[in-house]
Ligand binder design. Sequence first.
Ligand code: GLY
Length: 361
Amino acid sequence: MQTIEVKINPSKEYSYPILIGENLFDSPYMYIKQHTNAEKFLVVTNEKVYGLYGKYFEADQAAFVILPDGEEYKTMEVLSLIIDKAISLNIERKDAIIALGGGVIGDMAGFAASIYQRGIDFVQVPTTLLAQVDSSVGGKVAVNHSSGKNLIGAFYQPKLVLADTNTLNTLDDRQFKTGLAEVLKYAFIENSCSAAEKFYFLEFLEENKVQIFEKNSDTLKKLITICCKLKSSVVNQDEKEKGLRAILNFGHTYAHAIEAITNYVCYTHGEAVSIGIKLIFDLALKLELIQREYYDRAVTLLSDYKLITKLDFEVDKESFYNAMKSDKKVSSGCINFVMPVGEKDVRLINQIDKKMVLCGI
Ligand code: GLY
């Protein structure tokens, strides 16, 4: 088992471990009870995940709330189902919420934990690749609004992240690839994360395609560990996205607009991200921020991992631009882009001409 410590500066109160390994579901409460003093647990999950893994979380002190599955259900209305259940079960301040599922479950359970009785403990138990490499770490929790993604939320850190890599074996191809989009993101931003170690993650992904698609257990553990170390490094320096953390939004300025204009039902988050990454590389090449050679390397990686890189319908450019402007990343009316500016290096750039921004759409 790998342990990575997230140490949010400057307060030690916000430190917590990410445990990555196989068979952690054999005794999940053994780990969970080491990190919370809760007497009761409310396990938030969806039907599919409950069917697969609910049995490992059954316990005298645990109750379940089972939500509908899908980004389109990440709403205030569905969030209130968690709160209603917590109230009906007399969940108290010393108790805890467990998020058992992917990014949507983690976001909603975490946000519910942040507001219920002004905040109770919560534990992230990510069961998808996307959640294990990205969304379960760093404390971003939120629901969507019809005007934009994650517009209502908080920074609220879990007490523990428990990532059992066995769960990746039950992911279908589409869900696995949706996680790979966030994985590739880390390869393109590695140098800007200012991590203590060098991982050469782009090279790792270039060399380990076969093992990754075969879901080789050691390779996946290594991959998740690298992503979590890179993410922790960024979050440790900038928990609340005052600066550096924005680099984790690489590809997301386009992606969030794609999700919003398609009402969150056409593309998974990762599919929108891989399209967003391709669009941002196209833009960077046009603006001459990167060399052709690096652009080709990035496009080859996206293609080798069989990720979607193009929208498959005609977009109304004005609506698309408006969706980009409703995103949280807009400040003083300017859309902030995390642009590649060199190998594995990114920088925040705004005031890019609208025509340029939309030319690849
Ligand atoms: N997924 C982006 C972040 O956690 O900041």
